[in-house]
Design a protein around this ligand. Structure first.
Ligand code: SAM
Length: 280
């Protein structure tokens, strides 16, 4: 087990910007590739399309967009994290997706979204983190071209279940939930997408999709542990857990995974909602 370091949070984004978190995001994106690809197809993303991936992170959805939009399309990723964006773009270009570009920008700021309007504006696991989620969603809707689509996917952590229930997982969720609460995130953002669409002036979604995942606890606990490790610096800074408590919790989680390797563990639900903008 690696050492746990204490540091002050630099920003309100709770998951941080470590190489381990970048790797976790890439792994998580592979898990949800089918669930996202099926919605990109559902809204009819095809050759020549112009796409925005808001909060693109490691650029894995940009790849799915580029594959569908083809060389005549364009795919822009926007994220506050310029290092992660640069890595994403280098790897997309290496794979031949030259129609991809990246812009470092804080979507909660007032700067216009470059290149708007787009035929598809997409955001996955972004609004969850933003206290200003309705205002950002309204800006994303403004960036949709007439006849184009807004498509959002976000988590509801109520999908996280272990059978039988384990105290270690309950405690881990207390810490993770406490961190997200402290920074103004919404751990039920996915389930609230229809209300959020209405609040942002988008209107009722044309469709809603719910994706889930069930794994043996021996496998799925890695997801929980990696999220825990990513939010830990913020948890320590806010006094939600002590360093000793975190070390003990991870040890108990190890023991529980050895005792109950086959018990079922649900991931958070990934909930999608989309809306087509009427032609002017
Ligand atoms: C959980 S990650 C999801 C990344 C990607 N959408 C995916 O599903 O793989 C959230 C991303 O949103 C970015 N982000 C957070 N706040 C942001 C903001 N205010 N403006 C733009 N990007 C932001 C983070 O840097 C991070 O890359």
């Amino acid at each position: 087990m690696s050492t746990i370091e204490t540091e002050r949070p630099q920003a309100r984004y709770a998951l941080g910007h470590s190489p381990e978190e970048y790797d976790r995001l890439r792994t998580q994106a592979r898990v949800w590739e089918d669930a996202t690809g099926r919605l990109l197809d559902r809204v009819g993303l095809g050759p020549g399309a112009s796409c925005l991936d808001a909060g693109c992170g490691p650029g894995e959805t940009m790849r799915l967009m580029a594959e569908r939009a083809g060389p005549t399309g364009r795919v822009l990723g926007i994220d506050t994290d310029s290092s992660l964006g640069a890595m994403a773009l280098a790897s997309l270009h290496d794979e031949g997706h030259r129609q991809c570009s990246f812009r470092a920008q804080d979507l909660t700021g007032g700067e216009p979204i470059p290149g708007a309007p787009f035929g598809l504006v997409y955001a996955r696991l972004l609004l969850f983190h933003l206290p200003q989620r309705a205002a950002v969603l309204a800006r994303l809707w403004d960036a949709v071209a007439p006849g184009g689509h807004l498509l959002v996917q976000d988590y509801d952590v109520r999908g996280i279940t272990v059978l039988p229930a384990l105290d270690s997982v309950g405690e881990l969720m207390r810490v993770v939930g406490g961190v997200f609460h402290a920074v103004g995130a919404d751990v039920h953002a996915g389930a609230r997408l229809p209300q959020l669409f209405a609040q942002a002036g988008v209107g009722h979604p044309d469709g809603v999709d719910v994706a889930g995942r069930l794994e043996p606890f021996a496998v799925g606990r890695a997801f929980l542990e990696r999220v825990f490790r990513s939010v830990l610096p913020v948890a320590l800074a806010y006094g939600i857990i002590t360093s000793a408590g975190a070390t003990e919790l991870l040890a108990v989680l190890d023991r529980d995974a050895a005792r109950f390797p086959d018990c079922s563990m649900g991931w958070p639900l990934l909930i999608g909602a989309w809306k087509r903008k009427e032609q002017a």
